[in-house]
Design a protein around this ligand. Structure first.
Ligand SMILES: C[S@@+](CC[C@H](N)C(=O)[O-])C[C@H]1O[C@@H](n2cnc3c(N)ncnc32)[C@H](O)[C@@H]1O
Length: 233
């Protein structure tokens, strides 16, 4: 693994115990609304086979399970053992047996090609440096007609809201994040990684080059989050 990858993995391992709490606090609970909309947008059928890449503490996987009323076979994959452990505890508390967890890298998916009806990745793609390679791997893992849904933090493009958002994101959020997580770098890395993420049009091109079609994106909450959907032809 390279240095940046090690940094991201160690960071998530160490913030894992406070991750869910801080997610809800820093997003003012909008994170749950965004994940619900993401899963809904994939229009899953009953009995789907689904992969949640960078699943963290399993919130997307659990939302898939909820929306498909327990009929789906769901795999959650993440390279941070700390995040998966928290996810596993949640699944055990809920006695959930539909979600299987794997400790693996998004760039080396341990699955055969063409086996998933949908692949999700929420707030994970910006941490992956070689996004083109990752999205191409997701496309290979999908059946023809399968959907990729990507949810990612983005930066509002212009206006007063952009200035307000940057003030919150670059000055206030790192203070709150480091106070509760006791990890200063993590909540400084967060705004830096979001600002480096390409504008929605550019990320859509990556999806197209990976082989997706009917690519759409929807900016939510004044553009601080964008949901991308594409279909494998
Ligand atoms: C911000 S969290 C998002 C977790 C979850 N999807 C959610 O909606 O809350 C990002 C997750 O991506 C994982 N991650 C980052 N890069 C990864 C990679 N190359 N392979 C697997 N997991 C990765 C991290 O370990 C972390 O759990």
């Amino acid at each position: 693994m390279n240095k940046e990858l090690d940094f991201v993995k160690d960071m998530f391992d160490s913030i894992a115990p406070r991750y869910d709490f801080l997610n809800h606090l820093l997003s003012m609970r909008q994170d749950t609304v965004w994940r619900t909309q993401m899963v809904r947008a994939a229009a899953l059928q009953k009995g789907s086979r689904v992969l949640d890449v960078a699943c963290g503490t399993c919130d997307v996987a659990l939302e898939v399970n909820y929306q498909t009323r327990g009929s789906s076979q769901i795999f959650g994959l993440d390279f941070s053992f700390g995040m998966l452990r928290l996810g596993k505890e949640k699944l055990m508390k809920m006695k959930n047996e539909n979600i299987s967890l794997l400790n693996a890298d998004a760039l080396n998916l341990p699955f055969k090609h063409q086996i998933f009806d949908a692949v999700f990745i929420a707030f994970g793609i910006r941490n992956i440096i070689d996004r083109q390679r990752a999205v191409t791997a997701f496309c290979k893992a999908l059946k023809n007609g399968g959907r990729l849904a990507v949810l990612e933090l983005t930066t509002p493009e212009k206006g007063f809201f952009r200035s307000l958002y940057l003030l919150y994101f670059q000055r206030i959020l790192p203070l709150i994040g480091s106070f509760f997580s006791k990890h200063h770098n993590a909540y400084t890395y967060l705004p830096e990684s979001v600002l480096k993420f390409p504008p929605p049009i550019e990320f859509s091109k990556i999806m197209r080059q990976a082989g997706f079609e009917n690519i759409r994106f929807k900016q939510m909450t004044f553009g601080i989050v964008t949901l991308f959907i594409g279909t494998k032809p």
